[in-house]
Design a protein around this ligand. Structure first.
Ligand SMILES: Nc1nc2c(c(=O)[nH]1)N[C@H]1C(S)=C(S)[C@@H](COP(=O)(O)OP(=O)(O)OC[C@H]3O[C@@H](n4cnc5c(N)ncnc54)[C@H](O)[C@@H]3O)O[C@H]1N2
Ligand code: MOO
Length: 401
């Protein structure tokens, strides 16, 4: 048996690193920026009005009040987008809209609410301090400064900022295309009717959701029979353009282990990892394509993805934080674990506001076919290899999902 750490290192090595590509902003959400990116323009790019109103010189409206409004001729109209803005002469006003460029000579904006909204002449009933309602060039970002730093996980705000400084593409670590393959002659796809001895396929659905959440592109072969020729025939045409193959099932000790039979000796190594669930594992390269083979039980698939594949893909994609957050929590009931194996139990962790640790209880038993209890869980309770029992009230390590 190999350790969880040894298999993690093998999967990480097989998955490799992703190349840098320049993608349109709409395809960058959630990906990692590969290089620092500079701002081509300042933000705002020009002094502009923060309000709909009138651009004035503060000195011209210094004496204005409700009882004694100041009357100024309206010399120009400046909607947002006007590019030929005439300067403001002293003793006049320009009507101006939010986002429109400030006219040279004006130093402030009076909100339309503090005027009679006139178009030939305007009555202004309130003074303003110089600079009021003016958004200054570069107060958000200075042209030439770094707008986004390498290793940033791109959020909607980052992408908006990239567009605001004039970029239409960003250098990111390319999302891989992953081929997900579910093996098993017993598998049927909903809504086909089930016959006795058959089950509905669920592993590929979970893997597709996991991979999509990481930004991967996904292709699927949702049901291939336990037959080596059928397996090869289904996969080989799909391999070009695929960066990683993830299989489920067919890797343990039975008579019809299709994945093992097809790939052992063809570049993929199989073995047992000292963990439960997720014992039988394999990884390697087949026809040059990285392959990670996961055991078939649905809980084993999810736990194996969590422990081996997710961190490897996150690292390949340039993420610096690849592990889930860990906390220590108090067990609500006694748990036992096989000696020599790291056990991952589905758990429900609760912490009161402000608490770091909280309490955790198991969801369902350790059986790796019990998917419904995984669906109720929000964490994995980790029982280390040398632990055989943790009593109620004991502290355990919890991986928050
Ligand atoms: N003699 C031994 N038998 C088994 C061992 C062992 O060490 N010696 N290990 C057990 C463990 S642990 C696991 S996990 C499984 C792994 O077996 P396989 O990877 O070969 O998986 P299968 O036998 O193909 O399937 C296991 C189980 O999961 C169901 N399954 C498979 N694929 C899907 C899918 N896409 N959707 C839903 N359910 C799926 C399948 O019907 C089986 O019930 O081996 C143990 N046996
Ligand atoms: O170790 Mo298997 O992967 O649980 O049932």
């Amino acid at each position: 048996m190999i350790s969880v750490e040894e298999h993690s290192a093998r999967v990480r090595e097989v998955v490799g690193d992703r190349p840098v590509v320049r993608l349109p902003l709409r395809d960058c959400a959630g990906l990692v920026l590969a290089e620092d990116v500079g701002a081509g323009v300042s933000l705002p790019p020009f002094d502009n009005s923060a309000m709909d109103g009138y651009a004035v010189r503060a000195v011209d409206v210094a004496g204005a009040s409700g009882g004694t409004p100041v009357s100024l001729p309206v010399a120009a109209d400046i909607p947002a987008g006007r590019t030929d803005v005439p300067p403001l002469e002293s003793g006049t006003a320009h009507r101006i809209m939010t986002g429109a460029p400030m006219p040279p000579g004006a130093d402030s904006v009076v909100m339309v609410e503090h005027t009679d909204a006139g178009t030939e002449r305007v009555l202004i009933s309130s003074p303003v301090a110089a600079g009021t309602h003016v958004r200054r060039t570069g107060e958000d970002v200075t042209a030439g400064a770094t707008a986004l730093r390498a290793a940033t996980v791109l959020s909607p705000a980052h992408l908006g900022l990239a567009s605001a400084v004039g970029l239409d593409r960003l250098p990111v670590f390319a999302p891989p295309t992953v081929l997900v393959v579910s093996t098993g002659t017993e598998l049927v796809l909903p809504p086909e009717p089930l016959r006795h001895g058959q089950i509905y396929e669920s592993n590929s659905v979970m893997l597709v959701a996991e991979l999509a959440a990481l930004g991967c592109r996904v292709e699927t072969v949702r049901s291939v029979a336990d037959d080596v020729a059928a397996f090869r025939a289904a996969l080989e045409p799909k391999l070009p353009g695929v960066d990683l193959v993830l299989t489920s099932g067919g890797v343990s000790a039975g008579a019809y282990e299709v994945v093992k039979d097809a790939l052992a000796g063809a570049g993929v190594e199989f073995g047992k990892v000292a963990m439960q669930p997720g014992g039988p594992q394999g990884c390697g390269r087949w026809n040059g394509v990285p392959v990670v083979t996961l055991p078939g039980n649905p809980v084993s698939v999810l736990v194996s993805f969590e422990v081996f594949v997710r961190p490897a893909l996150l690292a390949a994609l340039g993420h610096t934080r690849v592990q889930r957050p860990h906390v220590r929590a108090r067990l609500t009931e006694t748990l036992t674990s096989p000696r020599g194996k790291r056990q991952f139990r589905r758990g429900l962790h609760t912490a009161r506001h402000g608490e770091v640790t909280g309490v955790v209880g198991p969801q369902g038993g350790p059986g790796s076919h019990l998917l419904a209890s995984f669906a109720q869980a929000n964490c994995l309770i980790v029982l280390e290899e040398d632990v055989t029992e943790v009593p109620e009230g004991g502290m355990v390590d919890v991986l928050l999902l």
